[in-house]
Design a protein. Structure first.
Length: 265
């Protein structure tokens, strides 16, 4: 039997940490002297203590550590352990994207935005549309675009979306994803829709979509500075996107805000 101090030295875990693991139900001593309150461990507990320590170094929450330790077979434990590094990698990607976006926002003199006022004629397209929650948008878009790809045999231009203002303002709104084609089919959720003619203030966001909100903000500032007002759902068009290349730096997303003049001239 090993006293808690000896066990601490063998595992490189502080006595306070071992007591915390005991209180949390992660790793209790092999026995406790009821007369003195001293806690004693065995050598067989060393690997378990080290596993707990490694999991906590990875910021695995205590309830998840308990699940891993109590899992009945090695395969289940391995699956639970593998799941957490994947979550950490996802969080790291989000952190990197946020840092890149912040650096762009904090540039002392951001490059001037290239904006085109574009008159877009009415067009009948193949579309899928629905009311969508903002946090479900990417999954919904992937499914809708897969249906369009299967139904539209001869597309004649880049795909795009129309997003209701409510999607951004209230977290849920009407979204329409479309593919231009000479003969829009009816199949499943795919059906013809006529997009109305509109005048757009258009700019192109280059690269991954992590900081596309910054481009939206810059375009909004340009619209205000030029005495224009937004009039209708935002349009996005994807000349080059994830479906075309895995190289995110090559992606190009056109953002088009329907506008009208609010000042003289």
């Amino acid at each position: 039997m090993l006293a808690i101090g000896e066990f601490s030295r063998l595992t490189h875990l502080g006595v306070r940490t071992l007591r915390r693991y005991h209180d949390a139900g992660l790793l209790g001593p092999a026995c406790v002297d009821h007369a003195t309150g001293y806690r004693y461990y065995t050598a067989e507990q060393i690997p378990a203590a080290q596993v707990i320590h490694r999991l906590r170094e990875l910021d695995v929450p205590l309830p998840e550590v308990q699940r891993i330790l109590r899992s009945p077979d090695p395969a289940s434990r391995a699956a639970l352990v593998a799941d957490h590094p994947q979550r950490l990698e996802s969080e790291l990607e989000r952190t990197r994207a946020a840092v890149a976006s912040l650096r762009r926002l904090l540039q002392p003199e951001p490059p001037p935005l290239d904006v085109e006022l574009r008159a877009v004629p009415a067009a009948t397209v193949a579309a899928v549309e629905d009311d969508v929650a903002h946090d479900e948008l990417l999954a919904w878009y992937a499914g809708a675009m897969a249906e369009l790809d299967a139904a539209v045999e001869e597309p004649v231009g880049a795909p795009g979306t129309l997003c209701d203002n409510a999607l951004f303002e209230h977290g849920r709104g009407h979204v329409l994803v479309y593919r231009p084609t000479a003969r829009p089919p009816r199949r499943g959720r795919v059906h013809p829709v006529t997009l109305p003619a509109v005048e757009l203030a258009v700019t192109t966001h280059a690269g991954p979509h992590d900081d596309i909100d910054v481009t939206y903000g810059e375009l909004g500032a340009w619209v205000v500075a030029n005495a224009l007002a937004v009039a209708g759902p935002v349009r996005e068009r994807y000349p080059v996107g994830p479906r075309d290349t895995d190289d995110a730096s090559a992606w190009r997303t056109e953002i088009g805000w329907p506008v009208f003049h609010v000042g003289p001239g």
